[in-house]
Design a protein around this ligand. Structure first.
Ligand SMILES: NC(=O)c1ccc[n+]([C@@H]2O[C@H](COP(=O)([O-])OP(=O)(O)OC[C@H]3O[C@@H](n4cnc5c(N)ncnc54)[C@H](O)[C@@H]3O)[C@@H](O)[C@H]2O)c1
Length: 277
């Protein structure tokens, strides 16, 4: 149900690839809540994804940009401000990619060129977006920036690989830049640490089905869906959360505070019974 939470607000949304993408759901909800925004992704993703369909529904403009390239980010901000008729109020960073994960390289056999790419795409791109935004003075005072993270930044989760380092860095950038941008412009910067979700990036994580079952059993409220993540991010872009900044906010049904649950223990005990047969 729309509440007009983003009425009159303008934004830029990175990372909608297809209708499974978390950014896609956030774009749909932002539109419902009255926002106008541009959509962006890499030129390759624009060719293979379905973003034009989303742009049509949301009366948005698609502007290609590789988020690791400063010049493309500058162009994105300039064109977005032209299209939107001024500075933006919110930015969503919903970007991740690891070649080590894609190519099946284990954590103790990393390709370091791939590691640099993982960090550049999945974390340093966030710094680049913020730095360009600040130099162009592209975000209105009291604006809000959100990047999507994962609990592997704090805890070791088997098979998350070098994306764990990327998420730790992403969260650190939110804190460090959050101070500077908050001090000077009252712009708030947070990360949302989302439950595992079946998207294109999510499906790349080895053993995602087992992980989804485990986190579902462990979380008192169950896994958070992409639609629920969209609802949460809308509140962070709205004026209802103006004093929340430099935080990593868990949106995971309670998983991050759990050690063991009744449902997970029941399943674990079943595995002993299977072993004893
Ligand atoms: N799916 C999950 O289980 C899960 C859980 C927690 C956090 N997240 C995070 O949510 C975010 C969105 O992922 P998703 O699950 O919606 O998957 P997704 O595959 O739909 O989105 C990832 C996006 O990153 C974009 N991207 C890759 N390289 C880029 C570059 N150089 N420049 C610009 N964009 C680039 C891709 O084109 C794609 O649109 C990621 O940061 C991911 O780590 C996902």
């Amino acid at each position: 149900m729309p509440y007009n939470l983003l009425k009159g607000k303008k934004g830029i949304i990175f990372g909608a690839l297809n209708d499974k993408s978390i950014a896609w759901k956030i774009a749909e909800r932002a539109f419902e809540e009255g926002a106008t925004f541009t959509l962006t992704n890499t030129p390759v993703a624009l060719r293979f994804g379905e973003i034009n369909q989303l742009a049509g529904t949301c009366r948005s403009l698609v502007i290609p940009a590789d988020a690791t390239d400063i010049h493309q980010i500058e162009n994105l901000f300039t064109k977005s401000m032209e299209f939107l008729g001024g500075k933006v109020d919110f930015i969503l960073h919903s970007i991740a990619m690891s070649l080590n994960v894609r190519k099946g390289r284990a954590y103790d056999d990393l390709n370091y060129e791939y590691l640099h790419k993982t960090l550049d795409i999945s974390a340093i791109s966030f710094h680049k977006v913020l730095q360009v935004a600040r130099k162009l003075d592209a975000i209105n005072d009291w604006g809000s920036v959100v990047a999507l993270s994962y609990v592997a930044a704090q805890r070791t989760l088997f098979e998350y690989n070098d994306m764990a380092e990327a998420k730790a860095m992403l969260e650190s950038i939110a804190r460090t830049f959050g101070y500077i941008y908050g001090r000077d412009k009252k712009v708030r910067i947070n990360t949302v640490s989302q439950s595992p979700t079946l998207t294109t990036a999510g499906s790349g994580v080895k053993g995602i089905d087992g992980l989804l079952d485990f986190t579902e059993r462990m979380s008192p409220l169950g896994n958070a869906s992409a639609d629920e993540c969209a609802d949460y991010c809308i509140t962070l872009f709205s004026d209802l959360t103006r004093k929340v900044t430099m935080q990593n906010l868990f949106h995971d049904g309670g998983f991050s505070s759990m050690g063991m649950s009744q449902k997970a223990m029941a399943q674990y005990i079943l595995s002993f019974e299977a072993d004893n047969k």
